[in-house]
Write a protein that binds this ligand. Structure first.
Ligand SMILES: Cc1cc2nc3c(=O)[nH]c(=O)nc-3n(C[C@H](O)[C@H](O)[C@H](O)COP(=O)(O)OP(=O)(O)OC[C@H]3O[C@@H](n4cnc5c(N)ncnc54)[C@H](O)[C@@H]3O)c2cc1C
Length: 527
């Protein structure tokens, strides 16, 4: 089956929906998602959206908080665009009627989260912000946005001048090919590459593998954020948001001692890589860690999602302690894109967690991710609306590259265990090298034509895992969420160095963009 249209968006999270609602004012838009529209990290988001909307706050402070949390490994102009355009997008959403939580006197209630120096987290339904946000977008989705669920995108199609012009998709019983003027990848992160994760079980980094295999440049893959507090009852059971600590929760050990005291000036609200590492070290000694919630009044009312999670797992909140463990949560790296989504392949755009625009540095600031999807989904759409409809060349590339028909793959569970053990919170040379012997080479070129969706998904997991592992082995320092056992400190020689993968090669560069990408970025932002 063949469909030809203006815009294809892969993914059904916040980035996709923000882009779709704006693009639909001029274009025919098709959204394709491999599950249903409520299976995304966006839907699971708890804490909220970080945005400068209070008079007591200032964009410069939000920018500074972002840079400090991410250890200054950022593209600073893009951070400015995120914070400024993000705040505008959030304000617009509030003005149009999004039901954010209010204070008793009718103002927007702003929460506090780790490494933020101001209360600036807009939330809805207490800790059910993502659900409320996605439900709101779905309920207000324009009619000319066509949603296709249970369709797995597995291959990008290039035309004879190497522009992206389509995507191949598998459904339960057929193959489909979509052709469009623009293909937008908004497929989210890769948390489920690890055994212990806050993400949905199918968050495998498909979009990164799709784009990389098509020839797009990918970077910052060594920076995988582990969240310090996943509910842990015989395994990870879901997230216990940082907002719980923002409301007065404290990390404690088995004996009730405060874990973060004296470890960081921000204590329990230190950046995630700091708190996750502290939890990891205690658990590595075979001891349990908890969040003490005895200081939080009306916990059930403030955190209904976490309350239900605890009840479902027989955790008695009356005891005042929630058992936790760190788990993989967010990928700072991804497909190199600018703030209008442009990647290194013309007409292939990337937005949201799948993209790397350099706004999260080496460790993302809490609640900056929904903001990213909204800000850059919106900026990208604005830019395409200005460009308008274009003539597309649908003469396909004659790809003569030799494809590999067989690749030895680990089982999904084995890969997840190996990733956690060797490319998890703390990495060492030996573990990473052993892991690499089990993963595909960077220059592999698989023949997907005869593979099932499940086999391709497993192959994508291996591809993304290979990029993470190569990058983690190459960066011989500890910075943000990338912690190397043999190199405990930051090394100045690695400052503002990006490990970039493209076309089977790995390079270390001191810039994020190729020259022409920066020019286009400037056009979109300053026009
Ligand atoms: C439990 C949890 C809580 C969080 N809380 C917050 C928070 O409070 N604030 C915050 O800012 N961030 C939070 N985050 C992070 C944030 O939710 C995500 O980074 C963000 O929502 C990503 O949005 P996205 O649109 O890029 O991707 P997602 O929301 O992850 O959506 C990706 C979409 O792509 C689809 N997809 C993937 N692969 C394919 C494929 N091959 N073919 C077709 N479709 C595909 C998926 O089905 C999904 O619809 C949280 C994350 C988690 C997991």
């Amino acid at each position: 089956m063949h469909i030809q249209t203006d815009i294809i968006i892969l993914g059904g999270g916040i980035a996709a929906l923000q882009a779709a609602r704006k693009l639909s004012t001029r274009f025919e838009v098709h959204i394709i998602t491999k599950s249903n529209m409520t299976v995304s990290s966006s839907y699971k988001a708890q804490g909220g959206i970080a945005a400068v909307i209070s008079k007591q706050d200032d964009t410069n402070i939000h920018i500074q908080d972002t840079l400090v949390a991410g250890e200054f490994h950022h593209h600073e102009d893009n951070v400015k665009a995120l914070v400024e355009h993000g705040a505008t997008t959030v304000r617009t959403l509030l003005q149009e009627g999004f039901p954010a939580d209010l204070t008793p006197d009718g103002q927007i209630s702003l929460g506090l989260e780790g490494a933020h120096s101001k209360h600036r987290i807009v939330h809805a339904g207490g800790d059910a912000t993502g659900k409320n946000l996605i439900d709101y977008y779905l309920n207000t989705l324009p009619e000319n946005v066509h949603v296709h669920t249970q369709e797995f995108a597995y291959e990008l199609i290039l035309n004879s001048v190497r522009e992206c012009c389509g995507v191949r998709v598998k459904t339960a019983n057929e193959e489909k090919t979509y052709f469009a003027s623009y293909i937008i990848v908004a497929t989210g992160g890769a948390g489920a590459l690890y055994e212990c994760t806050s993400n949905f079980a199918n968050s495998f980094g498909d979009g990164i593998a799709l784009a990389y295999l098509a020839g797009a440049a990918v970077t910052d893959m060594e920076f995988v954020q582990f969240h310090p507090s996943l509910l842990y009852v015989n395994g990870a059971r879901g997230l216990v948001s940082e907002a719980v600590r923002g409301a007065g929760g404290r990390f404690v050990d088995e004996d009730g001692n405060a874990i973060m005291e004296g470890k960081h000036p921000l204590g329990d609200l230190a950046p995630r890589h700091v708190t996750a590492y502290e939890m990891y070290k205690i658990r590595a000694q075979g001891k349990a860690v908890y969040i003490d919630i005895t200081n939080i009044k009306n916990f059930e009312e403030k955190f209904p999602t976490i309350t239900k999670l605890c009840q479902d797992n027989d955790v008695e909140l009356a005891n005042g302690k929630i058992p936790i463990a760190p788990g993989s949560h967010f990928l700072m790296g991804g497909v190199i894109a600018n703030t209008v989504g442009e990647t290194t392949i013309p007409r292939l755009l990337a937005i949201g967690e799948v993209a790397c625009t350099g706004v999260h540095g080496a460790n993302r600031l809490a609640s900056n991710s929904l903001l990213e999807g909204m800000a850059f989904g919106d900026l990208m759409a604005e830019n395409l609306l200005q460009v308008g409809k274009i003539q597309t060349n649908f003469v396909l590339l004659d790809d003569t590259k030799q494809k590999e028909t067989f690749l030895p793959l680990l089982s999904k569970e084995q890969l997840q265990r190996d990733m956690l053990a060797n490319a998890g919170i703390v990495r060492c040379k030996e573990g990473l090298e052993t892991l690499l012997t089990k993963l595909p080479q960077l220059n592999f070129s698989p023949d997907l034509s005869a593979m099932s969706s499940g086999q391709i998904e497993l192959l994508f997991m291996h591809t993304t895992a290979s990029l993470i592992t190569h990058a983690a082995l190459t960066r011989t320092e500890s910075r943000g969420a990338h912690i190397r056992q043999e190199y405990e400190q930051k090394d100045n020689r690695w400052e503002k160095q990006w490990i970039v993968f493209q076309q089977g090669l790995m390079n270390v560069r001191d810039h994020l963009y190729e020259h022409n990408q920066i020019k286009k970025y400037a056009r979109a932002i300053f026009q």
